[in-house]
Write a protein that binds this ligand. Structure first.
Ligand code: SF4
Length: 444
């Protein structure tokens, strides 16, 4: 039996694409290899949002490509870096056999066959209304949590972001296909579903991929309601949201849909209106705070997390202070925060004559992250003594006899248990709080 090893860098979208490739290759008899050194086919699925994942690609290939001297192995570069760099990668890595972008994921089986006779390059975008969303379910996923894509690409043009050029125009997936995939995952024992897309709030409003039910496309809030009805589903999440597009219909779902998780990731990027304008985010700080207020009125227990870019070109001390006060005002309970990383071909490159010195940007990032950690810890300490309902995801990686799980509010909780707990809801009394996790004892 041939075997495949897939190394994934980047976001949930990339994880999902890797799962789809595993599923399609399994239909051709491929099994999963534990290590790249054991595989007949090695795929590295890349990310180009920041510079670091690109560097990881280069070091990963540095360990895989030399193996071609001693054994037959097919090596593929997939994902956003492949989309961006295209045949340039062949110049850099002449021993690579396939290079393909996210739109070609559904063709993986054909491309692997083709690579037996020639090198394969596929970085074309599909005509939007014919984009085929791969429907197979990842055979290797043993998690009780699953992801279902509802959209691909993005029509926004945030000036720092490379996604519109690597994943193309925004296309919504037919609702019937989405609901069907949720059902199939739930039938396999998945109880928590995350609907994913680059800008889920505009689902159904743009181009719709052809398929059954495409002409009767619901809006995002209507899709949430349909998925919520799937019997056996216990927790429904979604990511990523754009604050500009968070309408009252979605806010109402937090009042009315009990399975909708107690957590929302709502990227703000900056607390300064001047920086938000330069990022072309099309909302203001006041609008963001209004969305937060409406969400909390609908669901007082809602936990909010966010994304922040520090040191965007031209960000003054005063602009950065506005980000800090926003953090204190909203009290996000987690964030992905990074120093701005210039990406090829993005509009923000035109602002680089106002680049923030890296030392200043790093110092701002450290200040932001220190306050973020303090807020997380304070929030977690309020939970000590409380009994939480935790969905056990399985044994903790480095802690024998301990199980790791998550609350609806996306808190990671460790507690005594075993593999048998996987997929069960367990009541846990919190005994200790740390900045990133909670620890407790089972009760009942
Ligand atoms: S909404 Fe903005 S940041 Fe998000 S994927 Fe689209 S362009 Fe990028």
């Amino acid at each position: 039996m041939p075997s495949v090893y897939i190394k994934t860098f980047g976001c949930q979208m990339n994880d999902y694409d890797s799962g789809k490739m595993r599923a399609q290759l399994a239909a051709d008899g491929f099994t999963a290899a534990e290590e790249p050194g054991d595989a007949d086919l090695v795929i590295v699925n890349t990310c180009s949002i920041r510079e670091k994942p690109e560097q990881k690609l280069h070091s990963f290939l540095g360990t895989v490509l030399p193996q071609k001297k001693v054994r037959p192995v097919t090596v593929a570069i997939a994902g956003c870096v492949a989309q961006m760099a295209g045949k340039e990668l062949y110049r850099k890595y002449p021993k690579v056999d396939l290079v393909f972008g996210p739109d070609a994921v559904h063709r993986i089986r054909e491309m692997v066959e083709e690579s037996k006779v020639r090198r394969v390059l596929d970085v074309d975008f599909f005509a939007e209304d014919t984009y085929p969303f791969p429907t197979d379910v990842d055979p290797d996923s043993s998690s009780v949590a699953g992801f279902v894509t509802i959209q691909k690409g993005c029509d926004n043009k945030c000036t720092f972001c490379i996604v519109p050029s690597t994943r193309g125009a925004e296309v919504s997936r037919p609702a019937d296909e989405v609901v069907d995939e949720v059902r199939r995952l739930v039938d396999r024992g998945v109880t928590e579903i995350t609907l994913i897309g680059q800008n889920v709030n505009s689902y159904g409003l743009k181009i719709i991929s052809q398929g059954p039910g495409a002409s009767l496309q619901p809006t995002f809030s209507e899709l949430l309601r349909r998925v919520h009805e799937v019997p056996g589903l216990e927790v429904l999440r979604y990511t990523t949201s754009h604050p500009r597009d968070m309408g009252d219909d979605v806010v109402a779902c937090y009042r009315e849909l009990p399975k909708l998780a107690d957590h929302l990731h709502l990227p703000v990027q900056s607390g300064s209106d001047r920086v938000l304008r330069r990022m072309k985010r099309y909302y203001t700080r006041a609008h963001y705070l209004d969305v937060v207020a409406r969400l909390r009125a609908a669901r007082p227990s809602l936990v909010l997390t966010t994304d922040v870019i520090v040191g965007f070109p031209g960000e003054s001390d005063a602009d950065f202070d506005e980000t800090m006060t926003l953090l204190e005002t909203v009290r996000f309970e987690g964030s992905f925060s990074f120093v701005y990383s210039p990406r090829p071909g993005t509009p923000a490159l035109r602002l680089l004559d106002e680049a923030i010195p890296i030392g200043v940007a790093n110092e701002r990032l450290q200040r932001f992250q220190a306050v973020q950690r303090r807020i997380q810890l304070e929030a977690h300490r309020t939970l000590v003594g409380a009994t939480l309902s935790v969905l056990a995801d399985g044994p903790a990686a480095h802690d024998e006899g301990v199980v790791c799980g998550r609350t609806s509010g996306f808190k990671t909780v460790n507690f005594p248990g075993s593999e048998a707990d996987r997929g069960r809801w367990v009541s846990v009394r919190v005994g200790a709080a740390y900045a990133n996790t909670l620890r407790g004892e089972r009760v009942g």
